[in-house]
Design a protein around this ligand. Sequence first.
Ligand code: GLC
Length: 425
Amino acid sequence: MNNMAAIETLNIDERNRQAAEILRTNDRGGYNIPTAGLYPYQWNWDSAFAAWGWSEIDISRAWRELETLFKGQWSTGMVPHIIFHEVDEGYFPGPDVWRTHKSPQTSGITQPPVAATIARKIYEKAPQSGLASVERLFKPMADWHRWFIEQRCESGAVAITHPWESGRDNALDWEAAAEAIDISNVGEYTRRDTSHVNPEMRPRKIDYDRYLALVYLGRDVGWDESKIRELSPFRVADVGMTFILLRACRDLAWLADQIGQSRVEIDGWIAHLEAGCGQLWNEELGCYDSMDLKSGKLSGTKSVASFLCWYAGVDPRTSKTSLEQVMELAPFSLPSLDPASSRFDPKRYWQGPTWPVVNSIVGLGLAEKGETELAERLGKDTFEMILQTGFYEYFTPLTAAGEGGNNFTWTAAVWLAWVTKGPAS
Ligand code: GLC
């Protein structure tokens, strides 16, 4: 081994050690917080990725992460985006604002359903010891997917009722749709996120006003889905959520086969979602896009979620050319927004930065569908960013500088479960 290679191996060993350490430090007893300070509770899709990371260290702890997540499930089937196990004054808006009156206390909206996909990944690593957990989790996961189909898929694609549901809070996909939100009743409030990280890296005040207006609207109607559908000005078919649910249904159907459950109902959901994806194709953009269901207009945004089509197993049409163009413009792929957009901002959250966690699922999809070169590039870029800078929440695609929160659970998790294992893992 030459000197350079030896140094790199040393650094990889060190990053492996740190990643495991981050998972342990962010463990609050059966669940992981995303990072101390900025995100002190259990977040839905973060937790699923945490489970994926844990499966490299401790399989039973991985299953426990998913089982703790489903402890927050509502009787409707919905799995909330935050579970407030222990109140922490450092986060706003907390349970006193959401007022969902659940036990454990939760928010009133959901997040991308990656859990079934991760459950399959963990099960594949150790089928024998995972069987009982899959049997326990199967019904809760199916109930959640059914809730999506019944409450959110009237157009065939998955509607979000709040930008936070998408997991891509301030993505441009819903900026035009969000203009319809009345913020006149929001009043004064103190944000806590901007006291933890640089405000330039966070959503703007107008975005936050809208987030809160939608929380107040949901709260005022007791989080009743049909009333929200009737009264809310905001309903967007999110391309990311749609692709993630479709993929999760395929994995849930596979799990049904493993435990001898019927997959007939799930196959129906898959067919419904496959048909629904068609309306999200934006011919002008050359990729899938999100749609404002109030106006019927596509958003015109080439975002990272557009490139989850391989992961979802839908016909990518000409998406490959679009993806190559985006990757061409970003030294460290995959930026959350096309750098050719006039709104591209390499630091501002979901309007430019590269997110290792999203790279992992886009890359997985590409690798599975035989787009090896692109998948490897995503794997390599993610590797370089983390190796050079550490376990940040996200990175600037121009220089690989780490941004947002540090010691982030999902960045550590995907390092362990995906980056160092190869893009098809
Ligand atoms: C932000 C992200 C979301 C994530 C959460 C906790 O809201 O946009 O995707 O789940 O932080 O990390």
